[in-house]
Design a protein around this ligand. Structure first.
Ligand code: ADP
Ligand code: MG
Length: 336
């Protein structure tokens, strides 16, 4: 773009020179007007093509640099070995089981220590704990972004290391803390190019995710979202991401601090809608607010990579010191 004004300056100076020189020759009878006009036409044609060529070269060198970066990512070796078993849904076995899982990102201090819990199909797990306590790390292990150094994670009785990774992930609806939306329509952002997610499912997903704001948009589902969602609010972005996660009716729904920008009432409506429409889906809700997890079947209180207390809301409100402190701080903030 910086080159364009420079090129057009040269082009126009060239034209002026041709015109002045041509006018002089025509006036003296050396040349015919038609010859000058033909010269100018050819001159502009050639200059325009040269300008297009430079543009193509600039684009090619830019695309080359971008492609290089993409190839760099694609070339990264993964240490995770894919399994080959298909995922079989067996409601009589625990849907998700952590058995004494210990994990460290770099092999020095452990980021998770002896994590054990069990969830039946359709149950809700709440995870609460300070920033950096290891909540997202638990999610990373379920997704098999990393493998634990010790212990096993089982889905319907199978060690997830033996399962086909794509299948494991296909059954999970995941919203991570800083997930992003795409610069595409609302419909595409929710259906995410999954062929089996049709308009009816997109509409149901909207309803579950409390994303009513879509109805108020002039083009509704065809409304274009700007890159990184800069033309919608944080709460709207979160609801769009939740709609994307629930649209495929996943077996496992994981919301990692995914409703922090919602007000208490909307957050509550969201939880009710999820419970109503996704009865067979096992849910994992990571949250800072007690109110987001208080109805969970099991709540883990995580601190420094360990489960320091676990139980239901009522049990923890009696037995867990940290939980009691959280309840006290958040009392009155829509906890009732
Ligand atoms: N990719 C990573 N590489 C190395 N350390 C990490 C990585 N992700 C998280 N950690 C560390 O693991 C700990 C737990 O992080 P995380 O699970 O993200 O916490 P939470 O989600 O509870 O805020 C933190 O000390 C964090 O610095
Ligand atoms: Mg986190």
């Amino acid at each position: 773009n910086k080159i364009r004004p420079f090129i057009s300056l040269i082009m126009n100076i060239g034209l002026i020179v041709v015109l002045i020189f041509g006018a002089y020759r025509v006036a003296n009878g050396y040349t015919k007007v038609g010859q000058i006009l033909a010269l100018i036409t050819y001159f502009t044609l050639i200059l325009n093509s040269t300008a297009s060529l430079t543009r193509i070269f600039i684009r090619m060198s830019r695309a080359g640099a971008s492609a290089g970066r993409i190839v760099e990512v694609l070339k990264l070796e993964t240490t995770i070995v894919d399994g080959n078993k298909p995922l079989e849904i067996n409601p009589s076995l625990p849907h998700l089981e952590f058995d004494n899982v210990t994990f460290s990102y770099h092999g020095k201090e452990s980021h998770l220590e002896n994590i054990s819990f069990k969830l039946s199909r359709g149950q809700t797990l709440g995870i609460i704990g300070a920033t950096g306590s290891g909540k997202t790390t638990i999610i990373n292990l379920i997704m098999r972004f990393y493998d634990p150094q010790q212990g096993t994670i089982k889905v319907f009785g199978e060690d997830i290391k033996t399962l086909k990774r794509d299948e494991l992930r296909r059954h999970i609806g995941l919203v991570l803390q800083n997930d992003s939306v795409f610069s595409d329509t609302i419909h595409e952002n929710i259906s995410f190019s999954r062929p089996h997610v049709d308009l009816n499912q997109v509409k149901l997903a909207k309803e579950i995710a409390q994303a009513d704001f879509i109805d108020q948009m002039p083009e509704q589902y065809d409304h274009e979202i700007a890159q990184r969602g800069t033309n919608i609010s944080g709460g709207q972005r979160q609801r769009l991401l939740i709609a994307r996660a629930v649209a495929s009716n996943p077996e496992l729904l994981i919301l990692d601090d995914a409703s922090s920008a919602l007000d208490y009432q909307t957050d509550k409506n969201l939880r009710f809608a999820i419970a109503k429409h996704l009865k067979n889906t096992t849910k994992i809700i990571v949250a800072q607010r007690i109110s987001s997890i208080k109805d969970a079947d099991l709540i883990l209180v995580i601190d420094n990579g360990r489960i320091i207390n676990q139980g239901t809301h009522d049990e923890l409100a009696k037995s867990s010191e940290i939980y009691q402190i959280l309840v006290k701080h958040q009392l009155g903030e829509g906890l009732a």
